[in-house]
Design a protein around this ligand. Structure first.
Ligand SMILES: Cc1cc2nc3c(=O)[nH]c(=O)nc-3n(C[C@H](O)[C@H](O)[C@H](O)COP(=O)(O)OP(=O)(O)OC[C@H]3O[C@@H](n4cnc5c(N)ncnc54)[C@H](O)[C@@H]3O)c2cc1C
Length: 406
């Protein structure tokens, strides 16, 4: 008979969110297994750049990761929002908010490496990769898991099972949660370019007929580009040679940054909204994309996932039994509103800027000008971009977790 290993916590999914949760909990001395279906080299293949909100930077600092990430992070000091073909625009500036930056742009790969290096130093975290959850069942105060670890079947038992298993989460299905879904019938084309007249520190969000087009600042006049387009157009955009692709991108973005050059590799990401209306069950909780997959307009998905991490770590730090029902209920109450509001915000932005219906286009332009002219509207939007709304967890306030397990 195979031996059963007893853990306090098993996290299924070693992406950015699952990995960050293991980092947050490691100082509490809990015994944790982190299961990741992909091999480490596959995880390193993510070539995206992530717009980190200021609130996320504070959480990463609380996790002790920011020092490693900071040298490669590019500050976002201003955000310029515009509507292609119309003169309306809105600007948000760090100086008005009294902060050093509204956020930072960081390579997903750098984030993954910083998390991986921290976990390598955490004795209480066992990283299993490639490893997969096969089945689980709750018995009394434990969840029993069958896993496949490097081709070998094993059994684990845990007080709490955390699903950080991404947008196709099987643990979300196991919860039986109702899921609010929308297929945007759009894909995001990701690439990088260099600009002849860069505006350091300024991120651009430009709304076009096919969807939003974002330019995130990188060092040395380069930009990470997230171009939302129709699936039927994306294959053609991938197939274009470099100069034809640049010409098309320039036509959509305009001349604000001068001439666009040196395009990087292009990749496509399908876009959906999935919002689980319930994120906890018996000794089970889902976080990150497993709980909410968002449209990347306004770069909110990972930021929201990191706020899940900080809140869950704090809720668990206060409980002797990590899977206790009141602990999970506290967590769900804390996080529900942020997830719902952020999903609503990104979904509205993603859909508002697509129609060409003239009265709506005019209303949209007026809305943008109002945001630019009225400080309270601008500040409301800035706080959302900075991820600073609602009750801030200890980690986001620079405070360590309290540790009843010590
Ligand atoms: C084009 C694009 C641009 C984006 N830009 C931004 C941005 O600028 N800012 C921002 O905040 N967010 C952004 N996002 C969103 C962000 O990328 C995601 O929210 C975030 O990466 C989700 O991380 P996660 O760990 O929850 O999920 P994933 O990254 O999907 O990780 C889930 C992991 O679970 C593993 N897994 C699944 N099933 C199992 C199993 N049974 N056993 C073991 N392991 C399993 C998978 O292999 C995977 O590694 C963007 C998204 C897209 C598509």
């Amino acid at each position: 008979m195979t031996e059963t290993q007893e853990q306090h916590l098993v996290i299924v999914g070693g992406g950015l969110v699952g990995g960050a949760l293991a980092c947050a909990l490691a100082p509490l001395g809990l015994r944790i297994s982190l299961l990741e279906a992909r091999a480490p080299a596959q995880l390193q293949a993510d070539d995206r750049y992530i717009a980190l909100a200021l609130g996320s930077q504070r959480i990463l600092a609380g996790l002790g990761l920011w020092e490693t990430i900071a040298p490669a992070a590019e500050p976002i000091r201003r955000i310029h929002v515009s509507d292609r073909g119309h003169c309306a625009f809105a600007r948000i500036d760090q100086a008005e908010e009294g902060v050093e930056a509204l956020g930072y742009v960081v390579a997903a790969r750098e984030l993954g490496q910083a998390i991986g290096a921290a976990l390598a130093r955490a004795d209480c975290v066992e990283r299993l990769s490639p490893a997969r959850l096969i089945a689980h069942r709750v018995e009394g105060e434990r969840v029993h898991l069958d896993i496949e670890d490097g081709g070998r079947r094993r059994h684990l038992a845990t007080r709490l099972l955390v699903g950080a298993d991404g947008s196709e989460s099987r643990l979300r299905d196991a919860l039986g949660a109702r899921v609010w879904t929308r297929d945007y019938h759009q894909v995001a084309l990701i690439t990088r370019v260099r600009a002849s007249h860069p505006q350091p520190g300024t991120a651009f969000e430009r709304f076009t007929a096919s969807g939003p087009l974002a330019f995130l600042p990188l060092p040395e006049g380069r930009y990470s580009v997230v171009w939302t387009c129709r699936p039927e157009d994306s294959a053609a955009l991938l197939a274009l040679d470099e100069s034809a692709f640049l010409a098309r991108l320039q036509e959509h973005f305009g001349q604000r940054l001068g001439e666009l050059r040196e395009p990087g590799p292009r990749s496509l990401w399908p876009l959906h909204l999935r919002l689980a209306r319930k994120t906890t069950g018996e000794r089970l909780v889902i976080i990150g994309n497993a709980a909410h997959q968002l449209h990347p307009v306004a770069g909110q998905g990972f930021n929201l996932g990191l706020r899940d991490v900080a809140a869950l770590a704090e809720a668990l730090s206060r409980s002797a039994d990590p899977g206790a029902a009141p602990t999970l209920a506290d967590y769900q109450r804390w996080r529900g509103r942020d997830a719902l509001e952020t999903a609503w915000f990104t979904d509205t932005l993603a859909r508002l800027f697509i129609p060409r219906f003239t009265p709506l286009v005019a209303a949209r332009a007026l809305g943008m000008l109002a945001v630019d002219a009225l400080p309270p509207l601008r500040q409301g939007l800035a706080r959302r971009f900075m991820g600073c709304q609602g009750r801030a967890p200890r980690l986001a306030r620079g405070l360590p977790l309290e540790n009843p397990h010590a």
